[in-house]
Ligand binder design. Structure first.
Ligand SMILES: Cc1cc2nc3c(=O)[nH]c(=O)nc-3n(C[C@H](O)[C@H](O)[C@H](O)COP(=O)(O)OP(=O)(O)OC[C@H]3O[C@@H](n4cnc5c(N)ncnc54)[C@H](O)[C@@H]3O)c2cc1C
Length: 382
């Protein structure tokens, strides 16, 4: 059995590893270097606090892998389990939080609903008067996506997978209604199965099979800042849901500030969008973060920043499915594909080899769900 995996981001390398673990011969094709797509531009957040059960289940299946990554892969990914703190400014958002916490706890997540004062005890610089409620899970956190890519890649290679960089897939070969290989910049490669893990580019890859997947590339930015008042290194990743703003410490006395103004969010050309920091946007993000904490008061400095792509589906859930005979898709993770990569990789390997994924609810992530406009939408996105 030979599988071609298209894309060498975290999802592609984790998929190569999951297939190689099941004794499939794998060729992964990455047109650039491993992990240089959205993965390199991520904030590295890992959390269980999602608003839909299937996303929570993907988190719960991924978390043990992140927690034991060094043991499994011999790479320390710097998993800082300082929690995620979600903040609500409005009663409507607080009501949504309460419902989500009930669901998350029902699935075994040790998450708490907090008052603003309790939230300020965890994040001392918080301007608690801005908020009406918060949720917190101390087991959430953040890690280094690039190191995680290296860990999965080395383990996949050890199990015989061939990871080829600088090779782009240009077309899919179809015979008798089945995908039987790919055409690349270095010629044809035949395969029993082709896995599309091309992230924000995945919608383009699938066209030759006669299907188009609704995966929209959306630009998102992160600024690295030196807070005027310093910032404790053990703060949680803190999200103001109603303002669309988040920040987290990055080592000593530095922070990452992200989020975007929701008013305008066009699709971009994934091959020609500005990857460098837009200064005005970064100032806007910093002002939003300064509105609800004291850390960014005073002489806060913007150090640098970058932009990357979210791969956004209409309901902000990934597509994990057999898209056509012989062609599988694992893409469209919006802003949470780093953290869900271990579970998603396992799921797509199970779908390809066993016909279905073991994690409950994953069958709902096939792309035919978009025919029904009333399906659940993930709300906890920044
Ligand atoms: C600013 C920002 C912050 C984020 N923060 C978080 C976070 O805190 N937590 C979290 O979980 N997620 C976060 N994300 C989302 C996360 O980065 C992505 O969901 C995840 O990296 C997706 O991984 P991937 O492997 O699917 O895609 P990618 O990393 O983009 O990999 C896809 C790869 O496919 C390759 N490719 C494309 N077309 C072809 C082709 N034709 N042939 C060969 N190769 C091809 C590309 O070069 C690319 O390397 C963030 C994203 C951004 C932009």
């Amino acid at each position: 059995m030979h599988a071609v995996v298209i894309g060498g981001g975290i999802v592609g390398v984790a998929t190569a590893h999951a297939l190689a673990e099941r004794e499939v011969a794998v060729t992964l094709l990455e047109r650039d270097a491993l992990g240089t797509g959205s993965t390199a531009r991520s904030a590295g957040g890992i959390r269980t606090q999602f608003s839909t059960p299937v996303n929570v289940r993907l988190s719960l299946a991924s978390l043990p892998v992140w927690e034991t990554f060094e043991e499994r892969f011999d790479v320390d990914i710097g998993f800082h389990q300082h929690g995620y703190l979600f903040l609500a400014r409005t009663d409507a958002t607080a009501a949504r939080f309460e419902e989500a916490v009930g669901m998350q706890r029902g699935l075994g997540v040790d998450v708490e609903l907090l008052s603003p004062a309790e939230a300020a005890a965890i994040c001392p610089g918080l301007r608690a008067d801005r908020f009406v409620a918060a949720t917190y899970n101390p087991r959430d956190g953040y890690a280094d996506p690039n190191l995680a890519v290296q860990g999965f890649a080395a383990a996949a290679r050890e199990r015989g997978a061939e990871l080829r960089t600088g090779v782009a897939v240009r077309d899919l070969h179809l015979e008798g209604g089945r995908i039987v290989g790919v055409e690349t910049t270095e010629g044809r490669i035949d395969a029993d199965m082709v896995i599309n893990a091309a992230g924000a580019w995945a919608g383009h890859v699938v066209d030759p099979a006669g299907r188009s997947l609704p995966i929209a590339p959306r630009r998102r930015q992160i600024a690295v800042v030196k807070p005027g008042r310093g910032i404790p290194a053990d703060l949680p990743l803190t999200i103001d849901m109603d303002a669309g703003s988040y920040f987290r410490p990055e080592g000593e006395d530095t922070a990452l500030v992200g989020g975007h103004a929701a008013s305008e969010d066009p699709d971009v050309d994934p091959d020609a969008y500005p990857t460098s920091m837009n200064f005005e946007e970064a100032v806007g993000a910093l002002e939003r973060a300064a509105d609800y904490t004291t850390y960014f008061d005073g002489d806060t400095r913007l150090v640098r920043g970058w932009a990357g792509l979210y791969a956004v589906t209409p309901d902000r859930h990934p597509i994990i499915e057999e898209t056509a005979p012989g062609l599988y898709t694992v893409a469209g993770f919006s802003g949470h594909g780093f953290q869900h990569a271990p579970a998603a990789a396992r799921c797509i390997a199970e779908i390809a080899l066993d016909g279905e994924a073991a994690i409950e609810g994953v069958e709902s992530l096939s792309s035919d769900r978009f025919e029904d406009e009333d399906g659940p939408v993930e709300q906890n996105v920044a």
